[in-house]
Design a protein around this ligand. Sequence first.
Ligand SMILES: [Cu+2]
Length: 296
Amino acid sequence: MVITPNVPNLPYQLLDGIKHFELIAEPVQQEILPGVFLQAWGYNGTTPGPTILVCPGDWVNIRVYNRLPVATSVHWHGLDIPNVMDGVPEVEPSPRIEPGCYFDYRFRIVNPPGTHMYHAHYQTVRQEMMGLSGGLIILEPTQSPAGPDYFMMLHEFHANGLDKGIVRPGSYSLDPISDMFNFFTINGRCYPYTSPLPVASGDQVKLRLANVGMNAHPMHLHGHQFIISASDGNTIAPCNRLTKNTIPVASGETFDIEFTANNPGIWPFHCHIPHHVANNFTDPTGGMFTTVIYQR
Ligand SMILES: [Cu+2]
């Protein structure tokens, strides 16, 4: 089963053969480091929002409530769905959800298994950079006995009110139209508050990476080589799979990478841009950084 460290899966109710999900777009206090909160926007209390897990062929109804002070929409990024459900009200016949209202996004999952995202697509720069995004994963219908499978949403924020080189507990507003980011997150947390990724020797490990931010993040794994098994939710034929140890994840992209856990230890997995592995430009390792930890 796919695990999104630090982020819950979105529960659903099966009614009349349709999986009913509920997302609430709302202001959230996102704890990115112990005692350091961002006044962000998210879904159901967190940014990224809960991970939506579906199966090929599912009919889904995702009710999106808007508890933001402004209108919003949700775009199902990478899914081949009807135009009216695609969530871009400025150009599509897809509605804007006014504050206090909801809309039911109802569609069938016609894409094959793969890693996708959802995010706001109204006043996009502001709403994405406030944190309105999450993961949507189409599962393999038959769960083969596989190793650990971790989903990681990469993001970046500009927190106001902190001079460069200082991190102190508090609750900080965001500047969503700045491109001078000072905090870089994996699933809404900065290192050392990110969760390590447990593996066992011999495991075949899958990491799913997704990004709707501004920058591309070259994610680098120590001590192992990985293959790129899928891009943007589409499986790559085995004969076409690159073997690498760093993969740039640009905005709008998802990648699935896989490696064999054959080198026990505690191994960094991180963005390779120096500013992105620091918290507000302080010296200790921070930001978009986590570790693969062998349990045995
Ligand atoms: Cu980066």
